[in-house]
Design a protein around this ligand. Structure first.
Ligand code: AMP
Length: 298
């Protein structure tokens, strides 16, 4: 595995590989790797000649009161894991290299064709869910992913469903900017009790870790209810929050939304996504499940 920290060198290397007709699979991460990340890497390994992984804790996607400084950095261990999976390139730039003082780009979302008032209601990609509680976060994510895709020049790029809103926004950006890349979104990898794997899980104390399982349990409970015929979305939302509340320290949001527009639903539909963000202790955890059902009770 070759480790590269210079954006220019990484870009030149990827260009050479493309010129030699190699297919490139690229997995962007912030490191502190776990099996969720490794599932993306394994898939990239199966589907491409060359696999590149980036590890970059992106300062632009953290709010001023968030955990940028504290975010786990375990580069030595990460390198070993990636070598074991036969990754070809690790791109590990410094913040200065990605954001020199002259850096000025901002990528946002907003349809020029739809009036703001209607957009918030029907197409709230950025305003709803995490977007509401982490101002600037997704702009930071989109900017870094755009930059990384321009550098990696990959054929396929791999993301996790764990960050559902992020995946939807990136897909929108890739399509809107005509990036020549296939984006794959893979299912959330979970611990054996259901907790979604996350680099932030290592912040949890023993007691918090035990309580954190309430997120996935509640989401699975809700999906079970819909599958067995419950159609009252507002009741389901209330009841789920009632179940979640005693286990967590704060529910930031718990919502059932349209899978594409992310608009909050008041009535059930055959395809929905249930998403939540909760604080357990001081740690903010997110999780989601998708639901697909037939029209009739099944
Ligand atoms: P991060 O390092 O947290 O920025 O995540 C890098 C990529 O790994 C993103 O596409 C995430 O959605 C994905 N990811 C994180 N956790 C999981 C998980 N538990 N299962 C699957 N993918 C994940």
């Amino acid at each position: 595995m070759r480790k590269i920290s210079s954006p220019k060198v990484f870009q030149a290397e990827m260009r050479k590989l493309r010129e030699r007709a190699k297919t490139i699979g690229f997995v962007p991460t912030m490191g502190a790797l776990h099996d969720g990340h490794l599932a993306l890497v394994r898939r990239a390994r199966r589907e491409n000649d060359i696999v590149a992984v980036s590890i970059f804790v992106n300062p632009a996607q953290f709010g001023p009161k968030e955990d940028f400084k504290r975010y786990p950095r375990t580069i030595g261990r990460d390198e070993k894991l990636l070598k074991n999976l036969k990754v070809d390139y690790l791109f590990h730039p410094t913040p200065k290299a990605m954001y020199p003082d002259s850096y000025a780009l901002k990528i946002s979302m907003g349809s020029p064709w739809v009036k703001d008032r209607l957009r918030k209601k029907f197409f709230p990609l950025l305003e709803n869910l995490c977007g509401k509680y982490r101002p600037g976060h997704f702009e930071g994510v989109m900017a870094i992913v755009a930059k990384l895709l321009v550098l990696a020049q990959c054929h396929r790029t791999y993301f996790g469903q764990k960050d559902y809103q992020q995946a939807i926004l990136i897909r929108r950006m890739i399509e809107d900017l005509h990036f020549d890349v296939i984006m794959k979104v893979l299912p959330t990898v979970r611990e054996s009790d259901g907790l979604a794997m996350s680099s932030r899980n290592r912040y949890l104390s023993g007691d918090e870790r035990r309580r954190a399982v309430a997120l996935s349990r509640t989401l699975f409970w809700l999906r079970g209810q819909v599958r067995s015929g419950t159609r009252n979305i507002l009741w389901l939302k209330r009841e789920a929050a009632r179940r979640l509340k005693p286990a967590v320290d704060k529910i930031q949001y718990f919502d059932i939304v349209d899978p594409q527009s992310l608009a909050s639903l008041r009535r059930w539909q055959t395809e929905m996504v249930v998403l939540t963000a909760c604080f357990v202790g001081k740690t903010r955890l997110i999780d989601n499940v998708t639901i697909k059902v037939k029209n009739q009770k099944s």
